[in-house]
Design a protein around this ligand. Structure first.
Ligand SMILES: Nc1ncnc2c1ncn2[C@@H]1O[C@H](COP(=O)(O)OP(=O)(O)OP(=O)(O)O)[C@@H](O)[C@H]1O
Ligand SMILES: [Mg+2]
Length: 306
């Protein structure tokens, strides 16, 4: 187990920012950490990285108790904080050299060149950090997090504010790194989480509201929908023949949506019915509920935070 949280709690004054949450992240997993603004994501990540101490609960990284040995933990973790604090006056290599020295790395120079290459910073690597665009500053932060080749990567909104091309590239870096590291990263971009994570953890008002694979979360949160558009107007009585449909709704001109537990079987039944009745299908698609609508339903209810 790379990361293990048990009943972790953090209070700020009277506010409980993180309310007894427990989860584990296994070695080699890429896990997305989601939640609305103020849910407690950054606070949790700061506790995992040893920058903030919990008020209650237990926290282990690579089998080491974070409270007992925060320095060893920092060697195991690469952390890209939310606001990516950088020394703007330093040149890229100078900064990475400084970070390498704080980790007491030997033979830093070749490693600096390696991480510059990994994060796609080569073209801009001769510049002062203050002269870099936001996306490239983010890459410097990522390079600094990777420099000591940590087992665990904790990334707080690594792609926020980047253009679509940069997002794609940073996402690819995360995916590659996830092949031999454990990655826990927070994000507000749900499509990104769907694209790179096997599992998601969702918190809301400091409470854990979901922790599962994307497939299980989708399956547990509403049935798949089959949407069919016909060329002609079809009388709804015809749908009595579709034993696979639990409910149907007209959603547009000649368009119908069927809620089902057996999407593949229902699709076959619809195609057979269309053949028998001489109906023309313009389009037919099976859609699992998207993470976005699941996220909304899990994070709009109010939870007690005492
Ligand atoms: N140092 C602090 N002092 C007081 N309150 C804090 C402090 N840090 C965080 N909080 C509060 O704790 C709650 C959780 O904040 P946190 O930064 O963890 O949220 P988040 O999920 O990362 O949100 P975002 O998506 O906006 O980054 C917020 O209500 C915030 O105001
Ligand atoms: Mg945050």
């Amino acid at each position: 187990m790379s990361i293990r949280l048990h009943s972790l709690t953090k209070r700020f004054g009277t506010q409980t920012a993180v309310n007894g949450i427990s989860f584990e992240v296994n070695r080699g997993e890429i896990v997305g950490f989601l939640g609305p603004n103020g849910a407690g994501k950054s606070t949790t990540l700061k506790m995992i990285t040893g920058y903030l101490s919990p008020d209650a609960g237990h926290l282990e990284v690579c089998g080491i108790d974070v409270a007992k040995d925060p320095l060893t933990i920092r060697k195991k973790i690469g952390y890209l904080p939310e606001l990516n604090p950088l020394y703007l006056d330093l040149y890229v290599r100078e900064y990475l050299q400084f970070i390498g020295e704080t980790h007491a790395l030997k033979n830093i120079k070749p490693r600096i060149e390696e991480v510059i290459e990994i994060v796609g910073l080569t073209q801009e690597s001769h510049k002062r950090i203050g002269a870099l665009s936001k996306g490239y500053k983010q890459r410097v932060g990522l390079a600094a997090a990777l420099l000591h080749d940590p087992d665990v990567l904790i990334l707080d909104e690594p792609t926020t504010g980047l253009d679509p091309n940069q997002i794609q590239e940073i996402r690819e870096v995360i995916r590659q790194q996830g092949k031999n590291k454990t990655v826990l990263f927070s994000s507000h971009i749900l499509s990104e989480v769907e694209a790179i994570c096997q599992r998601v953890i969702i918190i809301h008002q400091g409470n854990l509201v979901a922790n599962d694979t994307l497939n299980n979360i989708r399956n547990g949160q509403g049935r798949p929908i089959v949407t069919v558009q016909f060329r002609e107007d079809v009388s709804p009585e015809k749908w009595n023949a579709l034993s696979g449909a639990i409910r149907y709704t007209r959603t547009g001109t000649n368009e119908w949506q069927f809620e089902t537990d057996q999407a593949d079987a229902l699709q076959k039944q619809i195609l057979q019915l269309a053949l028998q009745e001489g109906l023309n299908i313009v389009s037919l698609q099976i859609e699992n509920r998207r993470l976005e609508s699941i996220f909304r339903s899990l994070t709009t209810a109010s939870h007690p935070t005492t």
